[in-house]
Design a protein around this ligand. Structure first.
Ligand code: SF4
Length: 81
């Protein structure tokens, strides 16, 4: 499987998503704990970093069980991911 990495940036962080790692748990977007304003697989692009504030996005990324979602601060080096 190809090791594709997708990135989505707001003015503070860059959300990194690795589709080959995603196990489609739906945790990031489904239900009351999901963040469908940012993570919505029925839309393109499916991640919209402008849909919530940065802290809320980070909170959601940290719940991803597979590690498919990660992030780095735009003012830091990318090698943190
Ligand atoms: S929470 Fe992580 S593993 Fe689950 S669908 Fe979202 S990106 Fe994929």
């Amino acid at each position: 499987m190809k090791d594709i990495t997708k990135k989505y940036t707001n003015d503070e962080i860059t959300i990194v998503w690795k589709p080959s790692v995603c196990i489609h748990s739906t945790i990031c977007w489904r239900g009351s704990n999901g963040l469908s304003d940012v993570f919505n697989p029925s839309e393109k692009p499916w991640i919209k970093p402008e849909g919530a504030n940065t802290n809320r996005i980070i909170e959601q990324i940290n719940q991803c069980p597979s590690g498919a979602l990660s992030f780095y601060y735009n003012n830091e080096q990318e090698n943190q991911i």
